[in-house]
Design a protein. Structure first.
Lengths: 146, 649
């Protein structure tokens, strides 16, 4: 490993450290508040959890800006998988639990909508409306093998 | 298996995986012993800021501070101002040590002191001080972590098992990744410590009654202040000693011989304890952390904003709130019996059990939010690991550089140096564990010396960084005399004397002055007198070369030098009123403690408000010293060029 390679690897490592440190805090406390919110059907706790998760996302964007980089493929994949998984768990719980709490239902719908909105907003601010559309469109084409 | 236990095991597993991941990631970019021992002097400033904060305040601020506020009240709360005094050491010494590290390539403070003063005596003393920090003091922290897991798990995980497993994880990532891994993991640990303190305050507030909780607490304090109920009775001014300082100084023989009246936390005790804690950042571990920084951009923000302002707000408001709140939430039998408690959320903690307060607070969340109980436990364990990781990795490096390379195997190659460092880290942690498991009493006695001994390095560091007048003989004799006085004003000194067949006429901390206070006074006296006697011209010329380098690179411009007397006068005034004798004015200047809420300015007990005001002023003093006085601000581009030109390699 020559000096330049090493410098580059350390810079990349430091970015990863910043991301993981940041999510280590925002993610853990965000999830804990979210769980408390759903467990106690408490709007305040639940919304605080979402706020922390969204704060985590905003912080991640700032870290990207600071390190002059973008979300890498692994981060995008992990984010989408976790978002999908949580959405699936929420829908399944809401459907399968008799007399599911209306507060929890509201919390889930509000939270997931806000998170999706924040993601869309980020994409539009970062890539513009046309750019975002083209990106989604090309992804869809690539997946469909067209 | 309880829900808390399941969550605790899951989160501990995640935390351990995170630690090992960064150990391995750090090892992958290692390119020689310099990387393992000192992160190649390339630690980014934000990592330094978070790691230094976690390692400075450690678990003591989470596990110890609120417990002692609960036991001793606002007279102990005065020590929240440690958030200002502790980083003051960093403001004074970090930047200049970092500069010398860049210029001369020092890896350990022993090398720096030895090069500056000449001779090996100070190097050997540094090794001794580092060992006191890494063995008994680190062992105390690890034992506290084990006990915390035992209490939170309801005894399902024995303390020793938790301590051994968590220490093995610590050993694993430190042996793999060295100081870089310690610092990388330390950045999250620093954040978790701050979050833990914040959460603790909110938990207390929530139990006290959410939005009205603070008002309820103030009313309860007003009721308490009306009479002498409490562990310490009334002070000389006839105030409840829970809400007032017990005087400037009490001429008692010391703990174990004569108990002070109305509490131990006199102004002299608070000031000398502040000196003891200022030893943390004067310790060899922090000198090495300063050497390992890429640039000086992190020093000012860490000292002024993260430590002074951030940790200050957490200690002065949240930790004190948690401690005071616990008294009225059922933790204090005397107040329960007097009918002063607001709720019985916490179990009564008998004298000696105060250390369980954090765990008991967490257990109040167990039924509704077991994940929070587990998460906040991990916060405390992370804070413990941050401090231990720094102490152990740097002491390992000191052993390699100042013992192995200096005296035993001077021609050790890169691989051997790394191997020795790994062995040293493993051996230190192993010894700390054995001490904590099999000789806890000896560990407590030895650990009590660590802070007092570290602060004895102050005059030697002041010589290197600021005062060329201090000689090798002065620094060395002062350090030995100070360390001796620390020893004989702590229980270990009394034990040694008993072993030798005589009794000391004083106990621990006579005249309500902490051993570190006695030590530093004697140290300074000896240092000044011996330096005056031994100020040879040729030695002075050698030392002066270092100070010419400072003058060329980081000295204040002439047009700003008028700030010096202003800044130092303000610093002395701050010390006098915030943590010195003037602090007793805070007893009733802003409302007599027995006057009730109507008499208190802002509806807050006078002493607490006094602490808040002086904390805010303290942050301003820190800022003045760090930035306008340029003691912690980064050098400009021209100065950096000069430093680069003079740097080796």
């Amino acid at each position: 490993m020559n000096a330049n390679d090493r410098k580059h690897r350390i810079a990349s490592l430091e970015r990863r450290l910043a991301v993981m440190t940041h999510w280590g805090l925002a993610g853990s406390f965000g999830m804990a508040f979210l769980l408390s919110g759903f467990n106690a059907s408490d709007w305040t706790c639940g919304l605080l959890g979402y706020a922390l998760l969204i704060g985590g996302f905003v912080g991640h964007v700032l870290i990207n800006h600071f390190f002059d980089s973008d979300f890498n493929a692994g981060e995008v994949a992990l984010g989408l998988i976790l978002f999908g998984l949580f959405a699936l768990v929420f829908v399944a719980t809401a459907l399968l639990t008799p007399q599911y709490s209306r507060v929890n239902l509201g919390l889930g719908i509000t939270g997931f909508s806000v998170m999706a909105l924040v993601l869309a907003l980020y994409l539009i601010i970062r890539y513009g409306t046309r750019g975002t559309w083209n990106m989604v469109h090309s992804l869809w084409y690539r997946k469909a093998g067209k | 298996m309880s829900q808390v236990l399941i969550w605790l095991l899951a989160l501990l597993a995640l935390y351990c995986a995170y630690c090992v991941l960064w150990g391995v990631s750090s090892a992958r970019v290692q390119a020689g012993p310099a990387d393992f021992l000192l992160a190649s002097r390339r630690l980014p400033s934000w990592v330094f800021g978070l790691f230094a904060t976690g390692a400075t305040f450690g678990a003591w601020s989470l596990l110890g501070f609120p417990s002692l506020v609960m036991r001793d009240g606002l007279q102990f709360g005065q020590l929240a101002l440690l958030a200002v005094t502790v980083p003051l050491t960093g403001v004074l010494f970090f930047k200049r040590q970092w500069l010398l590290g860049k210029r001369h390539g020092y890896v350990t403070p022993g090398e720096m002191l030895s090069d500056y003063y000449g001779g090996d005596a100070l190097r050997i003393m540094v090794i001794g001080i580092a060992l006191f920090g890494a063995l008994p003091y680190a062992g105390l922290q690890l034992a506290a972590g084990g006990s915390l897991v035992q209490w939170v798990s309801g005894g399902a995980i024995p303390a020793h098992l938790a301590m051994w497993v968590l220490t093995l994880v610590l050993m694993l990532y430190l042996c793999i990744g060295g100081l870089r891994a310690a610092a990388y993991v330390g950045s999250l640990q620093g954040l978790l410590l701050c979050s833990g303190l914040l959460a603790l305050g909110f938990v207390a507030l929530w139990h006290l009654g959410a939005e009205q909780g603070f008002d309820a607490l103030m009313q309860a304090l007003a009721k308490l202040g009306a009479g002498p109920v409490g562990p310490w009775g009334s002070s000389a001014q006839n105030y409840n000693a829970y809400l007032a300082s017990p005087g400037v100084m009490q001429f008692t023989s010391g703990l174990g011989k004569e108990a002070p009246v109305a509490g131990i936390w006199t102004a002299a005790m608070v000031l000398s304890t502040c000196f003891a804690f200022m030893g943390i950042q004067a310790s060899p571990a922090f000198s090495m952390l300063a050497f390992s920084c890429r640039d000086a951009h992190g020093f000012g923000p860490q000292q002024v904003w993260v430590s002074g302002a951030g940790m200050g707000v957490l200690l002065v408001f949240f930790a004190v709130l948690a401690g005071l709140g616990a008294d009225f939430l059922g933790a204090t039998a005397v107040l329960n019996a007097a009918g002063l408690s607001l709720a019985r959320v916490l179990p009564e903690l008998a004298p000696g059990q105060e250390g369980q307060l954090y765990a008991q607070y967490l257990l109040t969340l167990a039924a509704q939010s077991p994940w929070f109980t587990a998460l906040l436990t991990v916060c405390a364990l992370a804070a413990i690991h941050a401090m231990v990781a720094l102490l152990v990795t740097t002491t390992g490096t000191i052993i390699v550089r100042d013992v192995m390379l200096r005296y035993m195997t001077p021609i050790a190659d890169a691989a051997q140096q790394k191997f020795y460092a790994r062995c040293a880290i493993a051996a230190l942690l192993g010894c700390a564990l054995l001490l904590a498991t099999f000789a806890p009493n000896a560990q407590v006695q030895l650990g009590a010396l660590a802070l007092g001994l570290s602060v004895q390095l102050w005059p030697a560091l002041a010589g290197v960084c600021w005062i060329p007048w201090i000689t090798r003989e002065g620094a060395g004799v002062g350090l030995v005399a100070g360390a001796f006085v620390v020893l004989i004003t702590e229980p270990l000194g009394a034990t040694i004397c008993q072993f030798l067949g005589f009794d000391l006429p004083w106990g621990r901390w006579p005249w309500t002055i902490h051993s570190a206070g006695w030590g530093i006074v004697v140290n300074i006296v000896f240092c000044v007198v011996v330096s005056w006697i031994s100020n040879y011209k040729n030695d002075r010329a050698h030392r002066q070369a270092f100070h010419r380098f400072f003058a060329a690179t980081v000295a204040m411009p002439l047009r700003q030098r008028f700030l010096r007397p202003v800044a130092w006068s303000l610093t002395l005034v701050w010390f006098f009123f915030a943590v010195g004798p003037g602090a007793i004015l805070g007893n009733d200047l802003l409302g007599a403690p027995n006057g009730g809420i109507a008499a208190w300015v802002g509806g807050i007990p006078s002493l607490w408000l006094w602490q808040m005001i002086w904390w805010a002023l303290g942050v301003m003093v820190l800022w003045l010293l760090a930035y306008p006085m340029r003691m912690a601000s980064p050098p400009g581009p021209e100065q950096m060029d000069l430093i680069q030109q003079q740097a080796p390699g």
